[in-house]
Design a protein around this ligand. Structure first.
Ligand code: ZN
Ligand code: ZN
Length: 394
């Protein structure tokens, strides 16, 4: 039986969003990015929108989501439900001017230019004397990251969901040696992982499961194919699940029998890189410093070029969200990590012709440092070998 779930604090989220809207001098905000819609209302839909003003909030969904939305919003006075049978934009055009609002925020990252132009025109046309009077004419204001900024630090209900999700994902990871055996295809192994995710209570995989064996391991985002796993292979297994709406993500690299020495060295370097990055996780650390801790290890092993992606990414309602744990981007400000953030630490090294290694775990930043949410031992290739250099500090 599942333990009772902590209710998500939608009222508090709405209050924080209104605070941010006030600071941006917005009279209304139209939410169209579906994970943001879910974060604010609890309703998961493949289409829909919400309008938030200082006094009211309305969720608009189509007929398919009526029952789910009614259920999710039952007993809540702070958010109204509209079931739209024609066009969301037509409803929006009628609904927004009715609020007498002047500055209407939209989510720039999730609205097409054509939709923006159409809405702007429609709202301008419905305003009184738009040319003569600069008064309360509705204007669409592109906004960035208004809800995403709230989602960065997880509340206690989210932490509970992510902790439970990671615990279940770790259980799936412990079965990997049973799935990844010589003579089986990558596709068969991926199908086993997906079935295990369902059996562990996940709603769905968080992304297409990666099983990359032998030389395919050199492709960080390889799709599982018909290649048969062979003795001596390294196999990169990267998979995730969605539990109670929240995404977790884990990678292990297993070896079938005795790998060649170059692959063993690759593994040792990546394991050390992950350990150093984890040590750097604490409140106040810059993401680029955490990334740098992993990158320096791989560079010292001559693998700087072989590590071509960021060290980690945020987890939550989306499997890739903020914060990005990577190199500092030249044109962007970098905010330090804070307690309550959840992200992956997943350095890797990919060498064409040889293969690849990636090791990925999920962490929660705490006041003291971090809590490892995933818990699976990192197995060394071929067991512990005499004379094999193990990462410092272990
Ligand atoms: Zn992953
Ligand atoms: Zn990941």
């Amino acid at each position: 039986m599942d333990a009772p779930r902590t209710p998500f604090p939608y009222g508090a989220r709405l209050a924080r969003l209104r605070g941010a809207m006030g600071r941006a001098a917005l009279d209304a905000l139209v939410l169209t990015h579906l994970p943001n819609l879910r974060y604010m209302t609890g309703v998961s839909a493949s289409d829909g929108l919400a309008v938030v003003t200082a006094e009211a909030a309305t969720l608009a969904v189509d007929f398919r989501y009526r029952t789910a939305a009614e259920h999710a919003l039952a007993g809540r006075q702070d958010i109204a439900l509209e079931v739209i049978d024609a066009s969301f934009d037509e409803w929006l055009e009628r609904h927004l001017p009715g609020h007498g609002v002047a500055r209407i925020g939209i989510e720039a990252a999730s609205m097409t230019v054509s939709r923006f132009n159409r809405l702007s025109t429609a709202l301008g046309a419905s305003a009184p004397f738009p040319l003569e009077r600069p008064g309360p004419v509705a204007a669409l204001v592109p906004t960035e990251r208004m809800v995403e900024a709230l989602r960065l630090v997880k509340d206690s209900a989210e932490v509970a969901a992510l902790r439970e999700a990671a615990r279940r994902l770790s259980g799936v990871a412990r079965a990997l040696p049973e799935f990844a055996r010589a003579g089986r295809t990558e596709q068969a192994v991926a199908a086993d992982i997906d079935a295990a995710l369902r059996a562990a209570g996940f709603e769905r995989p968080a992304f297409e499961t990666i099983v990359a064996s032998g030389p395919n391991g050199a492709l960080p985002h390889a799709r599982p194919g018909r290649r048969m796993l062979q003795a001596g292979d390294g196999v990169v297994l990267d998979f995730g699940g969605v539990y109670d709406g929240y995404c977790v993500d884990l990678t292990r690299t297993l070896f079938l029998g005795e790998p060649e020495p170059a692959l063993r060295r690759l593994f040792a370097a990546v394991a050390e890189a992950q350990a150093r990055a984890l040590e750097a996780v604490r409140p106040g650390a810059l993401p680029s410093a955490i990334d740098g801790a992993a990158r320096r290890v791989l560079e010292a092993h001559g693998l700087g070029e072989a590590f071509g992606h960021a060290t980690g990414h945020g987890l939550g309602l989306e499997v890739h969200e903020e914060p990005r744990i990577g190199r500092r981007l030249p044109d962007r400000d970098e905010a330090p990590v804070e307690a309550g953030m959840v992200f992956t630490i997943e350095p890797g090294a990919y060498v064409p012709g040889l293969g690849g290694v990636r090791i990925e775990d999920d962490v929660l930043v705490t006041d003291e440092g971090y809590e490892m949410l995933t818990g699976v031992p990192v197995e060394r290739p071929g067991g512990r070998q005499p004379g094999e250099g193990s990462p410092r500090g272990e």
